[in-house]
Design a protein around this ligand. Sequence first.
Ligand code: DP6
Length: 356
Amino acid sequence: MSNSTGQRKNSFSTGWQCPSNIALVKYWGKHGNQLPNNPSVSFTLSEAATRTFVTWEEDLNTDSPGLSFLFDGKENRAFESRIRKFLDAMSVEHFPFLKFGHLSIETSNSFPHSSGIASSASAMSALSMALCDLELMISGKSVSDVLFHRKASVISRLGSGSACRSVYPVAAIWGQFAEVPGSSDEWATGLESGVHKVFHTFHDDILIISPEEKSVSSSAGHGLMENNPYAPARYVQARAHTGKLLTALREGDLKAFGKITEDEALTLHALMMCSDPSYILMKEGSLSVINLVRRFRSDTDIPLYFTLDAGPNVHLLYPEEFEEPVGQFISSELRPLCHEGRIIRDRVGPGPQKIA
Ligand code: DP6
């Protein structure tokens, strides 16, 4: 048997590029096998992305997944051991073919690893898309686009929760939510058709306040929600925000969008501050940016809003039509607050692309 690209017997290759995503309603707190304690909603980005090429070669003399792994063309023991653990787990229930062959993975990010932006969402979703694609190539079967993305989303989630939202264009919701048919805690659902056109070209300029590794990982942060006294109220709030945000996204209501998005970012960081042990991931520069953004908005009436991930960097969200005045404001007042003046200019994007 040879595959469609004419490679040698029982060897299959594919490549996928997947973007990062920025949560608007935050996933913070989980249970069971990577199941979220509340629904979350995100924009899919485009510039911050991972490119992953995989080749699987059958080897019937083994019963455990073989792996070669290169990151940016070089060996990387830390990433490799995380991927090896993930593949071992995936070979049991989801991809038995992994047990009977050798997988070569070559992966790279469009942004420097030290840029301080999370790479696990783009990395795990790119690998998951590639694995789902390989599975179909090997079995010779085909599935609907909806099922393909759904499985890729499940696999991404098992690698890193937020990654499950990166497999769709424009925007996605993860978590069972009555208003969204087909939504589930196990996979994300694409929201593209329910999002007003003003958001399809939204900008997300990521201000790099600090490129340092964060002092408390997201996984540890999720764990601290278990004993956080505000957790029950937070999960109620997240559901209410999800409903309101879906309406704002559908109607193109920028004010409601901005209010919910900023409330979510500040709630996330407030939850960290009142965890036990307490911790703070914002830096002085993050707060300065937030205050300046709010002042700019009240002075100009331009709908410029901020959000933050679990880190100090600030994402600036605004409609395409305000690119020029926002750009001038960033250059004059915000760039000096960024580490080495670093900014990643990103925007809402078309989701995963097959690149090989
Ligand atoms: C603050 O997806 O990185 O970015 O499931 O443990 O890998 P794990 O956590 P991760 O958490 C992301 C948290 C967040 C909010 C979000 O993206 O929704």
